[in-house]
Write a protein that binds this ligand. Structure first.
Ligand code: ZN
Ligand code: ZN
Length: 403
């Protein structure tokens, strides 16, 4: 059980008893719940199983007078186990009773030059009494975890510009990115090579201190060691004692097929490396896609505009057009109008499900200049075809002369 669990979990609520319930009432509530939620009675029910564990854990603490007293005291100091205790300080201490602002260990490393001199001695020893001195199982371990436990690496965002084809087919690209990483000189200890950090005298390694303000006592990250629980007398010259430096890394990432311009994709675990064995953060890549000289894109469909001659439009034709993956032939039916779109199934954007289609829009090309022979031929054709707009002609005649 970590310190965070200790403070965040509402054991009274888990058992459905009042905070001043006596030992008999707690035992009775536990027995009833344990019967109802027992896995033998709820095979395959994950909810019941999770509740059963919570109830057992709550009973473990509340049935032991010493541990119950510790728990009550912790809740009294850090809130009632509700939202206030869920701020982000590793180890679970709230950022402060007043603000309740999330506190991220990552912030500490950014804020170089913080006070390293012995600040207010404060109530650091209050914690020792509360969590260290009680002798409760695991409490000392929980304390050191708060100070130097694993920390997840930061999320990192970067950009990648892909060609039209790369975005559609997927591509593996090298990405250079800057992110905080373990200092190579001191291996993250923050101490000059050859020296080593020692336990912070102010917080005794807990990484947090408490102080009282009016009626409230609340905790904050130890200013002397900036929450790490350790102080460095002779800081590492590379990282100035932070244990972390900004590092440029080149990693190779696979951009999946079918990404769109402006899309932000998440690559889990490809962000900044974790500290002290913590998991890496995530990498977010904002994708920019260049335009293609021929193709456009509409969702999963590819679009292509193909000029055809008047003869092809009227008589019909078989066209060969490119796709992103080889050529394809399609039939233009006789009497196809300019602007009509023909669909070639399955030759659009490949994807996990059904691939998109290729949408070919034909446009009748109108020549700007004609040879005399071509001009004669067109005139012959015009005479053969007659008036293409008889209804318009009729309406015009009805109206009489132009105005
Ligand atoms: Zn260093
Ligand atoms: Zn400290």
């Amino acid at each position: 059980m970590s310190t965070r669990d200790f403070i965040e979990k509402d054991y009274y609520a888990a058992l459905g008893v009042a905070q001043d319930a006596d030992a008999a009432a707690i035992k009775k509530a536990y027995r009833q719940l344990a019967r109802d939620l027992h896995p033998d009675k709820n095979p395959g029910n994950a909810d019941a199983e999770a509740r059963f564990k919570d109830v057992s854990e709550a009973y473990d603490v509340l049935s032991d007078p010493k541990r119950r007293a510790e728990y009550d005291e912790a809740r009294r100091l850090f809130g009632s186990g509700g939202a206030g205790a869920r701020a982000g300080f590793p180890g679970g201490f709230p950022g402060g009773a007043g603000g309740g602002q999330p506190f991220d260990l990552g912030d500490l490393f950014g804020a170089a030059g913080g006070s390293r001199t012995g600040g207010a001695g404060g109530l650091g020893d209050l914690f020792g009494g509360l969590f260290g001195g009680g002798g409760g199982a695991g409490s000392a371990r929980a304390r050191s975890q708060a100070a130097s436990g694993p920390a997840r690496g930061q999320d990192v965002e970067t950009e990648a510009t892909l060609s039209f084809e790369e975005a559609i087919l997927g591509v593996t690209v090298p990405l250079r990115m800057q992110s905080p990483g373990t200092c190579p000189t001191c291996s993250g200890s923050g101490a000059r090579p050859g020296t080593s950090p020692h336990t912070c005298p102010v917080c005794q390694g807990a990484g947090v201190t408490s102080r009282s303000q009016g009626a409230f006592a609340f905790s904050e990250p130890c200013r002397n060691c900036r929450g790490t629980g350790q102080v460095v007398d002779d800081p590492c010259p590379t990282c100035a004692g932070n244990g972390v430096t900004n590092q440029t890394r080149t990693i190779t990432v696979r951009i999946p097929a079918g990404v769109k311009d402006g899309q932000r994709i998440r690559l889990a675990g490809k962000g900044a490396p974790g500290r002290r064995g913590g998991p890496a953060g995530d990498l977010f890549v904002v994708v920019h896609v260049s335009e293609h000289e021929l193709f456009g894109r509409k969702g999963n469909d590819l679009t292509l505009t193909v000029p055809i001659t008047f003869a092809e439009a009227t008589l019909g034709a078989t066209l060969t057009v490119p796709t992103l993956d080889g050529n394809v032939t399609l039939k233009v039916p006789a009497g196809t109008a300019s602007g009509q779109t023909l669909r070639v199934r399955g030759r659009g954007v490949p994807g996990k499900g059904r691939p998109g289609d290729l949408l070919v829009t034909v446009e009748v090309a109108v020549p700007k200049r004609l040879t005399p022979a071509a001009e004669d031929a067109v005139k012959v054709l015009e005479a053969e075809l007659g008036d293409p707009r008889p209804r318009i002609t009729a309406a015009v005649q009805q109206q009489g002369g132009a105005r």
